[in-house]
Design a protein around this ligand. Structure first.
Ligand code: TRP
Length: 386
């Protein structure tokens, strides 16, 4: 029986990760505490206070380690988190998220003008879909944390998403970039079906690298679909994405499990998006984390990064041998274009549950075993409704 609280477990992992990147663990721990609220003190033997969609086991936090091409900050730590209200629900958590932003704005001097310009568009008494508002926090050595907030384009229903995002981007002066992005990213007739608007994110600072990002999930997609999506951006090597998907997916042709996700980075004053990232939900396409680990270290080495840093990050987070479960390594992403090209590895806290390795069905083991393995367990993200 696990008598640690949620906060105690996550704080231990976070401290270890901060040490690896050289970031100050104090503000990180305090932000974690505030984000979780009273739910943080619940013992892990009790079920999650809220079925957060951040991670498969409903832990409301996910870690990621970004390997960056540019110096300094070759390595940065981020957490993606959902603020939980005292009595968590889709509606109350949205209010908790807004309070969290207000509090951090005061404390860290955040610039919330972009947030304020679009916030009310995504506000509703009856939030739909997987979440209301999420946060990400980036930790670097010797610097204050940086914040981003994620809106859910489908919060008023799937059919409202394209209009909401169009209006949000219009207010931010980015409508031209949006048209370009959709032209490249959407397969014919698939907007709102197999191509979905998943996240709309704004940075809460005003530095020159402040960005707006739009994420699309591509269900049942192939690498060529995200290569095409990336061609909306000038001056990046879109073909690199095909190679990345092939290596991360272990030769998967159609990503029929969890969807491939792509994100565009927008900068004001540009007609086209300036960056593209692809996120491969590697956990749907491996038997276990050892297989995921081998693929990810291969990718890191391919791009000239030190995979020893990933070993250290895994040691800080994992409490089991890699081959004993699947999902610790949740996603791996390739970032192309400014502000920081590189590779990011997403790690689940597994505070509540470890998913067992996927059984390999001998009768199905064939040319593309990854595909069949993904089909063994039902995938909740496919059936998600409005
Ligand atoms: N857990 C959700 C998913 O897998 C949301 C999420 C968390 C996500 N981290 C992510 C989505 C990174 C894309 C990329 O869809």
């Amino acid at each position: 029986m696990d008598e640690l609280s949620l906060l105690e477990r996550l704080d231990l992992q976070l401290k270890g990760l901060c040490e690896i990147v050289g970031a100050d663990p104090r503000p990180a721990g305090e932000l974690l505490t505030e984000l979780l609220g009273p739910a943080g003190s619940r013992p892990l033997s009790e079920p999650p206070a809220w079925p957060s969609g951040i991670a498969d086991d409903h832990t409301p936090i996910e870690y990621s380690v970004a390997f960056n091409e540019s110096e300094p900050d070759r390595l940065t730590l981020r957490i993606l988190g959902e603020a939980l209200d005292t009595v968590p629900s889709a509606t109350t958590n949205m209010s908790a998220a807004r309070r969290f932003i207000q509090a951090q704005a005061g404390r860290f001097g955040l610039a919330v003008s972009r947030f304020d310009q679009v916030n009310e568009l995504f506000a509703t008494d009856d939030p739909r879909g997987d979440f209301g508002l999420w946060h990400s926090m980036v930790f670097r050595p010797g610097r204050r944390p940086e914040f981003k907030v994620y809106f859910n384009p489908e919060v008023k229903g799937v059919h409202r998403a394209p209009g909401l995002v169009a209006e949000a981007l219009r207010r931010l002066g980015l409508e031209k970039s949006y048209d370009t992005a959709l032209e490249y990213a959407i397969r014919p007739g698939e907007l709102g079906r197999d191509d979905r608007l998943t996240f709309f994110a704004v940075d809460l600072h005003d530095q020159p690298h402040a960005r707006v990002k739009l994420y699309l999930s591509h269900y049942n997609a192939q690498a060529r679909d995200v290569v095409r999506a990336a061609r909306a951006v000038a001056g990046i090597e879109a073909d690199e994405i095909a190679e990345f998907c092939a290596l991360a997916g272990g030769g998967t042709v159609t990503f029929a499990g969890r969807p491939l996700v792509g994100s565009y980075t927008f900068l004001s004053g540009q007609d086209r998006p300036v960056g593209y990232s692809v996120y491969v939900p590697i956990r749907s396409y491996v038997r276990d984390d050892e297989q995921a680990y081998r693929r990810v270290t291969g990718l890191l080495e391919r791009y000239g990064f030190d995979s020893g840093q990933l070993d250290r990050a895994i040691d800080a987070v994992a409490r089991r041998p890699l081959r004993d479960g699947v999902g610790l390594i949740a996603h791996v992403s390739l970032r192309l274009g400014p502000p920081r090209p590189g590779v990011t590895v997403y790690l689940s806290a597994e505070a509540y549950r470890v998913d067992p390795p996927r059984p390999l069905l001998p009768s199905l083991a064939g040319e593309h075993p990854e595909l069949r393995m993904a089909a063994v367990r039902p995938d909740p993200t496919i059936a998600r409704s409005e």
